[in-house]
Design a protein around this ligand. Structure first.
Ligand SMILES: [Zn+2]
Ligand SMILES: [Zn+2]
Length: 249
């Protein structure tokens, strides 16, 4: 990491956590020293809100498998978790398109190891909702071809809307039944994963409330930096500086 005497993050775990060259770093983009210091202390607060076993979410084994046998990781399920700390300044409130505003001080993309089977089960929940709803809308459109319905103005619209609403409700019932059946093998809610439940108890929450099944983004790679070794790295770095006379970068 480049050493920057002007930067309060220089040679700290925060600089390592951010893992950026100073030119690309959020902290060095701030103009005032107080803002930089505030940013560093804010990042410290965010890191302090993570449980010690946070990195285990990215292990070799699936975190969604229920029972003793955890299948090998096939990828990551990614979800943004938010926390109200550190206190956001005025004007830093996020609305997320909702009337009720949620205060977000920390936002952390959490990548969680997932196996092939659990990934399929999680995707299926969404898939069922789409397919069932689409089937009912298709049925509604089909009904509009019946002359008796077709002849009455505006009725076809009503039929399609009604079909959509019925389909929507039934799709929820079907996907809930699917989840119930699969819940012996797979966890569907992020906060049913022990490490994440610990985070929830520490005040972390999902921005989009999505009911019993959490909506993840599936990814091949992890979007989450590990917290292990941040402290050790600081000691290592300072030891290196003592030993190396004047090294640039
Ligand atoms: Zn820096
Ligand atoms: Zn699994």
């Amino acid at each position: 990491m480049p050493k920057n005497a002007q930067c309060p993050a220089s040679d700290t775990e925060i600089c390592r956590w951010l893992g950026k060259e100073c030119e690309d770093c959020y902290i060095s983009s701030l103009k005032h020293k107080e803002d930089m210091e505030k940013a560093v202390s804010d990042f410290r607060v965010t890191l302090s809100l993570l449980p010690e076993d946070f990195d285990s979410l990215q292990g070799e084994e699936c975190c969604f498998c229920v029972g003793d046998v955890k299948k090998p990781r096939a990828g990551y399920a990614v979800i943004d978790l938010a926390h109200s700390e550190p206190e956001a300044r005025k004007g830093m409130f996020f609305g997320f398109g909702k009337k009720v505003r949620v205060r977000v001080g920390s936002l952390m993309p959490v990548s969680i190891s997932i196996c092939r089977d659990c990934r399929r089960a999680l995707r299926m929940v969404d898939y069922i909702k789409w397919i069932v709803t689409a089937a009912f809308v298709g049925l509604g459109i089909g009904l509009c071809f019946i002359p008796a319905i077709n002849a009455i103005p505006a009725l076809p619209y009503g039929v399609v809307i009604a079909a959509f609403l019925v389909g929507y409700v039934i799709s929820r019932v079907v996907s809930d039944a699917y989840m119930k059946r699969k819940s012996k093998q797979t966890v569907f809610n992020v906060f049913d994963i022990p490490v994440c439940r610990k985070m929830q108890e520490a005040g972390w929450f999902t921005i989009q409330d999505s009911g019993s099944a959490t909506r993840f983004i599936m990814s091949r790679k992890s979007y989450t930096k590990k917290i292990s070794g941040l402290r050790d790295a600081v000691d290592e770095a300072s030891a290196k500086i003592e030993n190396t006379p004047e090294s640039k970068d």
